[in-house]
Design a protein around this ligand. Structure first.
Ligand code: MG
Length: 384
């Protein structure tokens, strides 16, 4: 295998740091061309010292000076501002772009990387949620393959290896159900952000952990799966599987089902996305069959977790509705983390925003940026 040069967008986040752990394990196979972060200047600087990239970018321009100072005695180029991130992903030396930024902010740099014909290891799910139709078309046109990093989509991707797309009957996306899986509607009204941030199986960033608790994360994954695997949304079924060992499955037209299983450790799907189509030897955790004596499955409850239903509604309506869904969710998710709205208000704000926002059946990229702003304004007016 030829050594691959990576650009890691969002290197200081959960996926970013775990991607660097993979790079650390395979120094002969991977090196870092560039690292980018939003605001975490100290961690970015220490990562740069360890991995010695050609360049680092910090989105927050006020952190430019501190970052320059921290790397003064190195020859690492320092950039600031979101424009510089779009620039660095198109560098000739970059082979794989790991898109691990959080939220809508991941869209522009991912598009720039696709247009430059790079291989995208996609962890930022908002990219496909907001602009799935446009991204899929661009990826084909620019021969920029999108390899999923998300554990569910990595599982489906692995199940589909060697299979004919026409033979797929159904995609079964598993969901842990999050920390409130067994809570009543009444109990859900009083939960706090601190409780929601205690996810039973996965270590993730704050935004996605809250999305997991509301099950919006699973809704986004349904939308992502539709675009990644070219299926209809009604061919995607969510199955709650609290042990998070079966990462997802594909049911074929002959009734046969292939599932992918593994320990709940994000480094495994990250490793597969980087090594695909090869499988590398690793000492990462194995499934302990005897400790996981039972694997259980239950139906997702959209009564208690309406965000999942709203995501299906958004993709059924199509056009800019998934973009509106995402924008309203980002606003409500943040408001909940800041104690400005109740857990059960999150789906209410999203539903109202979807009702009030202008519907565009075939939006351009510019339309989506405008729709994102409009939806954030509408959501903000309800959040105070
Ligand atoms: Mg996932």
């Amino acid at each position: 295998m030829q050594k691959k040069q990576l650009v890691i967008l969002g290197s200081t986040g959960s996926i970013g740091t775990q991607t660097l752990d993979i790079v650390r394990r395979y120094p002969d196979l991977y090196s870092v061309y560039a690292l980018t972060a939003n605001t975490s200047v100290d961690l970015l600087a220490s990562q740069a010292r360890e991995f010695n990239p050609a360049a680092v970018c910090i989105a927050d321009e006020s952190q430019y000076e501190p970052l320059c100072n921290a790397l003064r005695d190195t020859d690492i180029k320092v950039w600031a501002g979101s424009q510089s991130i779009e620039h660095v992903v198109t560098a000739r030396e970059a082979d794989v772009i790991v898109a691990a930024m959080v939220g809508f902010a991941g869209l522009r740099p991912t598009i720039a990387a696709i247009q430059a014909g790079k291989t995208i290891a996609l962890a930022n799910k908002e990219t496909l949620v907001v602009a799935g139709a446009i991204i899929e078309e661009m990826s084909l046109r620019h021969h920029a393959p999108i390899i999923p990093v998300d554990s569910e989509h990595s599982a489906v991707f692995q199940c589909l290896a060697g299979e004919d797309a026409d033979a797929v009957e159904k995609i079964l996306l598993t969901a842990s159900g999050g920390p409130f899986r067994t809570f009543s509607k009444e109990q859900l009204r009083g939960v706090t952000a601190a409780e929601a941030l205690r996810h039973p199986n996965w270590q993730m960033g704050a935004k996605i952990t809250i999305d997991s608790a509301t099950m919006m994360n699973k809704g986004f994954e349904v939308i992502e799966a539709k675009w990644l695997f070219g299926v209809r949304y009604d061919q995607i079924e969510v199955l709650v599987h609290p042990q998070s060992v079966v990462h997802s499955a594909v049911q074929f037209r002959d009734g046969s089902i292939k599932a992918q299983l593994g320990a709940p450790d994000m480094r495994l799907p990250i490793l597969y996305a980087l090594s695909y189509p090869d499988r590398l030897q690793t000492t990462l955790p194995r499934v302990d069959w005897l400790a996981t004596a039972s694997l259980t499955f239950e139906q997702a409850d959209t009564e208690r977790f309406p965000c999942l239903r709203l995501a299906y509604d958004a993709i059924a309506r199509g056009g800019n509705m998934p973009c509106v869904l995402n924008a309203a969710n980002e606003a409500a998710n943040l408001a909940f983390r800041e104690g400005r709205c109740a857990f059960t208000a999150i789906p209410e704000v999203i539903e109202q925003t979807m009702k009030k926002a202008a519907y565009l059946p075939a939006p351009s990229l510019d339309d989506l940026f405008a729709s994102d702003s409009e939806a954030r304004r509408i959501a903000a007016s309800m959040l105070g």
